[in-house]
Design a protein around this ligand. Structure first.
Ligand SMILES: C[S@@+](CC[C@H](N)C(=O)[O-])C[C@H]1O[C@@H](n2cnc3c(N)ncnc32)[C@H](O)[C@@H]1O
Length: 416
């Protein structure tokens, strides 16, 4: 182990402090710009030993598990709890501005729509069985070590108040000391637990899981690798007044407030469009809201998500017709000739973005586009393609959905 004293010059895109070293940038987790810190170096990892000059933007973290000296280790769930609100908001907004600038774009970027503690309704926990108990929490950054948590200020009360129940189910299922994942989604009918990473459940373990779940309150469903093991209540989500039962482990926006704001931005830009394509539609977060005013064609690769969307559309009064199409939009984007029938297109791809789809949209005559993204870098690339094709970016709104992480959502509206 070696030690040195450095001054941090800026925050990196992952939320680490960065100091300029003789051999290039030094990344210092939990360090803030302007701070002078003594750091210890073990292999490639730096740990702050003491802060000689703290930043005025530094504040006390809310959670006992946060930071290099967090209880149980440095929980990797959050990276920015130590940063004051104003600096935190600028950091997230700047991630979007800088990504756009890197592609030669400089549209006006709105203020960050802020997130609050207790809003997260979907949390992916790391879990592992030990001789005594089930560890349930988050991996330490860049490590397999699980920091077992007793509190989590970002997660909803429905989740944090049932940590013991989630542990009991994980313990009933665990077959070995191998780590696995439990995605917990708060739904209107209870928690939906999707477990991944456990291979092959014996009949005895299956029975134990079912019995344990049925003996607990507030658990709607438990599934393993997409297969439903027990479902005391059908999990239900509300997409703007339309009730949907999502398939196990399917994509859901991580907070309800962020989902509502994204949906509001999407529907208001689409306006009175009569024919709308919703690409990367999931279980219908946007499609089912858009169908209140226009005919919607929902395109998505996941069969089960599309079926949930279709079922909800067919069983809700007052919606315009919704058609569905299972399609891999990375390999087979909707071609410019297919896009002719639409007045508006919404696309909300995974982190990789929608490069080929953007190329086809750029060649199309679609009047209004809304791009929703969880990755400013791929969004900037896709917007640059659209702008080169004659589109004008009319608004860009950064939205915080992953509080105290370095992730930011963006909704961008375009017109031709
Ligand atoms: C960020 S999610 C958005 C889902 C939905 N718009 C929502 O807000 O709930 C991205 C969606 O793209 C889907 N997807 C991933 N790869 C795809 C592909 N190659 N073609 C079509 N859909 C894909 C995923 O299944 C997921 O539902």
């Amino acid at each position: 182990m070696s030690t040195e004293t450095v001054t941090i010059s800026k925050l990196g895109a992952q939320g680490d402090g960065i100091a300029n070293g003789p051999d290039g940038p030094i990344y210092i987790p939990f360090g803030l710009p302007g701070e002078t810190v003594a750091i210890a170096r073990v292999k490639n990892h730096r740990t702050i030993m003491s802060i000689t000059r703290p930043s005025p933007d530094r504040r006390e973290p809310l959670c006992r598990h946060f930071g290099p000296d967090g209880v149980g280790g440095a929980c990797g769930g959050c990276s920015l709890q130590h940063l004051g609100d104003d600096a935190y908001r600028s950091f997230k907004r700047d991630l979007v501005i800088d990504a756009l600038k890197s592609k030669g774009l400089a549209p006006a970027v709105g203020d960050l729509v802020v997130a609050h503690p207790g809003e997260r309704r979907r949390v992916v926990f790391a879990a592992r069985k030990t001789e005594k108990e089930l560890l349930l929490g988050f991996n330490q950054a860049e490590s397999h070590h699980i920091v077992s948590i007793s509190e989590c200020p970002i997660a909803s009360a429905a989740i944090t108040s049932r940590l013991d129940a989630i542990k009991a189910i994980g313990k009933a299922m665990a077959t070995s000391a191998e780590p696995f994942r439990i995605t917990v989604l708060e739904t209107l009918s209870g928690l939906d637990l999707s477990v991944e990473g456990i291979k092959g459940l014996s009949d005895q373990k299956r029975r134990a899981t079912i019995e344990t779940t049925l003996g607990l309150r507030g658990i709607a469903r438990v599934s393993l690798n997409g297969e439903i093991l027990v479902e005391p209540m059908k999990p239900i989500l509300d997409f703007g007044g339309v009730q949907v039962s999502p398939p196990p482990g399917s994509f859901t926006q991580a907070t309800k407030p962020a989902e509502d704001i994204m949906a509001e931005l999407v529907t208001s830009h689409v306006g009175k469009a009569k024919r709308i394509a919703d690409l990367f539609a999931g279980s219908g977060t946007f499609s089912l809201r858009l169908a209140r005013t226009g005919r919607v064609h929902a395109v998505e690769a996941e069969d089960k998500a599309l079926k949930a969307l279709d079922h909800a559309a067919r069983n809700t009064q007052g919606l315009k017709p919704v058609s569905i199409e299972k399609r891999d939009l990375f390999r087979r984007p909707l071609m410019a000739s297919e896009l002719k029938v639409f007045d508006a297109v919404v696309f909300d791809p995974p982190r990789a973005g929608a490069e080929f789809q953007s190329q086809e949209l750029a060649r199309s005559g679609v009047k209004k586009i809304v791009a929703v993204s969880c990755n400013p870098l791929t969004l900037a690339r896709d917007l640059a393609i659209l702008v080169a094709g004659g589109y004008r970016v009319t608004s860009v709104t950064p939205i915080d959905q992953f509080l105290w992480s370095s992730h930011v959502e963006v909704v961008a509206s375009l017109e031709k």
